[in-house]
Design a protein around this ligand. Structure first.
Ligand code: R5P
Length: 289
């Protein structure tokens, strides 16, 4: 029997693809919010002895997590054989160490929470910087998908003579690989983050790449400050208009507009989170698991 899939908190483009793909039996889940804002979960489908998947859009996670956990627990109580989470964007992964005294390592707490309610996880390019694998913090099997091939393909099809730029050390892991795949040069910048909106990026002279199109690549754009700083430096060096590519279009506040105003020629993201900048479709990758 096909696994049952519930889609939570939107992500229309992936949902469309899922409807066309005949892998899951798609069913509705109902969240009723009481006047006091407590929530009731109702699964009308028969999930007894079935594998159940929840595909959840988990940016801005705080208002969603409790409903997600209740949904998983409801499916389990209704007899689901396996309860798995498909989170194309996995939140809370950036706080992967205690940066300042007294701070909690929330990536670990979040992983413990998810591991207590789900039997498996499927995600795309989680922010793994100081950790090598999700298994260091998740106690459940996790399938980690990568957008590298799709991003490489997009660059190959759309950009003539790119110079790839990783805005910080962490980005080197995928920038190097993409550069190898498409035979393009690359540069990795240095970044110091002093606060949420206070980022400094150091860029070498790009003189010899004047004829190239700069392509900045990062996993997440959140406040946009990392990309904005890099774009400003490139502008000062009279480079061509840079293309900014990210896997996850988180875009806090007005980050997208600010990045365009700062001088990005184009902002391109994958559809792990629905956004107007989505141009790289990962539905086949995610549904292929
Ligand atoms: C952090 O290390 C990530 O790889 C991104 O560089 C970061 O999340 C981008 O954040 P923001 O858009 O807020 O500068």
């Amino acid at each position: 029997m096909k696994p049952v899939l519930f889609s939570l908190f939107g992500n229309a483009s992936l949902l469309d693809a899922m409807q066309k793909y005949n892998k899951y039996e798609m069913r509705e889940i109902l969240f009723h919010q009481f006047p006091d804002e407590e929530v009731l979960v109702r699964i009308a489908a028969d999930v007894n002895d079935r594998d159940v998947f929840f595909m959840a859009r988990l940016d801005r996670p705080n208002s969603k997590i409790l409903s997600l956990i209740f949904a998983a627990k409801t499916a389990r109580d209704l007899g689901a054989k396996k309860v798995c989470l498909i989170a194309p964007y996995l939140p809370y992964m950036r706080q992967d160490k205690q940066f300042h005294p007294g701070e909690g390592v929330t990536s670990r707490y979040f992983a413990t929470l998810v591991s207590s309610y789900f039997d498996g996880l499927i995600t795309v390019d989680p922010h793994l910087h100081r950790r090598r694998a999700l298994s260091e913090i998740f106690a459940i099997p996790a399938v980690v998908l990568h957008a590298i091939d799709s991003i490489s393909q997009w660059i190959k099809e759309h950009i003539v003579q790119p110079i790839l730029i990783g805005p910080d050390k962490e980005s080197e892991q995928w920038v190097r690989e993409i550069a190898e795949k498409i035979h393009a040069p690359f540069v990795i910048l240095e970044k110091i983050r002093k606060g949420d909106f206070d980022v400094e990026v150091f860029i070498p002279t790009m003189e010899r790449y004047r004829d190239h199109t700069p392509v900045l690549i990062d996993d997440i754009i959140s406040t946009g400050r990392t990309m904005i700083k890099a774009v400003q430096h490139l502008k000062r060096q009279h480079m061509k208009l840079p293309i900014c590519i990210a896997v996850h279009a988180v875009f806090a506040n007005n980050a997208y507009q600010e990045l365009i105003s700062a001088g990005a020629g184009q902002v391109v993201t994958c559809n792990t989170l629905d956004h107007v900048s989505n141009a790289i479709d990962l539905s086949t990758l995610i549904l292929g698991v």
